[in-house]
Ligand binder design. Structure first.
Ligand code: IMP
Length: 443
């Protein structure tokens, strides 16, 4: 990555993007790191913006002028007419949500006809997936995962199960869809009655509703693997937008308190492109840590400090509105997530939220049963027992609102970033100090 300008202003983002090559954006914590802002800043210089995992559990909003757009499935590249937005095969698509987003964008005058492509092999989230997600969480009582209730886990489970899966291509063929739904709904009814005492669902209304969705989505549905290989061969510039984040990765996150896709590591599976199609991986991190839902979080501050971070950072879920758990930055976790993703550069977001603290803490190691460790434990139960070992550094009280260059940040803010680079072992390329485009410092 040839990013040599030490303190370039945000206006230099397009040239930054050109220097990156095909780029993957991943969240290195538990989600909501601000990936949407980075994607929005960079798409200007890319030909394709590609979502490859997760579903409508992810969410971000983008403000253009006085209009605000909420995205859960469609890559925000759709706002740029010259960029093709792709929902690739690894995404689980809720057609109702997707059509809602298409509707919202069309009403706002965004051109989507030729710019949106959806994989015909992407799996479909159906009403019984959402219902199962919610029922199983309710029933779980003390062992809840705290899912978004969007049917993500049950849909990926059906994908792995194969015989109970429905893909977008199935919505385009009435006979195929009818046969599958009749059989699958009967199976779900048996399970739902036995486990949750639920009344039987009728397959026919589901069939009618989803065949109609298929008709509406038909113009966008295509073989995205073929499309992406053509684009790659033609030298088009590809930007990959990872949803959720590495600590929520099904294999490499804090299992079982994770989502059901390989959100840090599944780009090839989710697109059909080999890893060699990606030159740069940018890891997006908050200047602190947040988490929604259950699961271990060693640096969590369940106190006035955590409340202060939550209020200053407006830490309430985009998808569910839930208050997020907040705490100090954890460089043990970040060393690990940077390693498993091959992160080559960091984007540190929301640095402005940390203004007004006298001192800041950086977790640099854990103590587990009296033993010091620098490596993130593979087992969530072990992580539950981790006590953070902190380095305390001085904070700053100045507002960052008017800062235009990295070198103009308060000395202690610059030192904080330098500490993160040292502890994580990856250079910081972008620092965000507010939601607006110009509040972005390039190094
Ligand atoms: P699910 O993806 O709805 O199954 O939820 C599983 C876990 O991942 C829950 O703790 C959710 O809060 C969390 N989660 C899923 N997607 C996101 C995201 O985009 N940001 C933050 N947390 C998420």
């Amino acid at each position: 990555m040839a990013l040599t300008t030490p303190t370039a202003p945000a206006s230099q983002l397009p040239s930054l993007a050109r220097a990156l090559g095909n780029t993957s954006i991943v969240g290195l914590q538990w989600g909501d790191e601000g990936k949407g802002k980075i994607v929005d800043l960079l798409t200007e210089d890319f030909d394709f913006a590609i979502r490859w995992n997760g579903g409508s559990n992810a969410g971000h909003s983008v403000k253009v002028g006085d209009k605000k757009y909420a995205f859960h499935l469609i890559p925000s590249g759709i706002l740029r007419p010259e960029c093709t937005s792709v929902i690739a095969n690894g995404v689980v698509v809720d057609p109702l949500k997707l059509l809602e987003e298409i509707d919202q964008l069309s009403t706002s005058g965004v051109c989507i006809e030729d710019n949106l492509k959806v994989s015909l092999t992407a799996h479909v989230v159906l009403p019984y997936h959402r219902l199962q997600d919610q029922l199983s969480e309710t029933r779980a009582a003390g062992s809840k995962i705290g899912t978004t209730g969007r049917g993500i886990g049950p849909c990926y489970a059906d994908k792995a199960n194969r015989s109970t899966a429905i893909r977008l291509i199935d919505l385009l063929d009435d006979t195929r869809l009818k046969d599958k739904l009749q059989r699958i709904v009967a199976e779900k009814n048996t399970i739902f009655a036995a486990l949750y005492n639920q009344p039987a669902m009728d397959w026919e209304p589901i069939f009618e509703q989803y065949r109609a969705c298929g008709e509406q989505l038909r113009p966008y549905v295509t073989d995205t693997v073929r499309l992406l290989h053509g684009a790659w061969k033609a030298g088009k510039r590809l930007l990959f937008e990872g949803a959720n984040a590495v600590l929520l990765d099904l294999d490499h996150g804090t299992f079982p308190f994770v989502t059901s896709s390989n959100c840090g590591t599944g780009l090839s599976v989710g697109t059909g492109l080999p890893g060699s199609a990606v030159q740069t991986t940018l890891g997006v991190v908050k200047a602190y840590t947040s988490r929604v839902g259950a699961g271990p979080f060693p640096t969590e501050q369940s106190n006035a400090l955590g409340d202060k971070i939550r209020e200053r950072g407006h830490e309430y879920g985009t998808t569910t509105g839930r208050p997020r758990r907040c705490g100090w930055i954890d460089t043990v976790a970040l060393r690990y997530t940077a390693a498993v993703t091959g992160t080559t550069g960091l984007c540190v977001m929301l640095l402005d939220v940390l203004s007004t603290f006298d001192e800041l803490k950086i977790c640099t190691a854990y103590s587990i049963k009296g033993q010091r460790t620098d490596w993130f434990p593979a087992d969530a139960l072990e992580l539950e027992q981790a006590e953070p070992i902190y380095e305390t550094v001085p904070g700053w009280h100045e507002s960052l609102d008017e800062v235009a260059r990295f070198g103009d940040l308060p000395r202690n803010a610059q030192n904080y970033i330098a500490k993160l680079e040292t502890h994580i072992g990856v250079p910081v390329k972008i620092v965000s100090i507010g939601p607006a485009r110009h509040q972005t410092l390039i190094r």
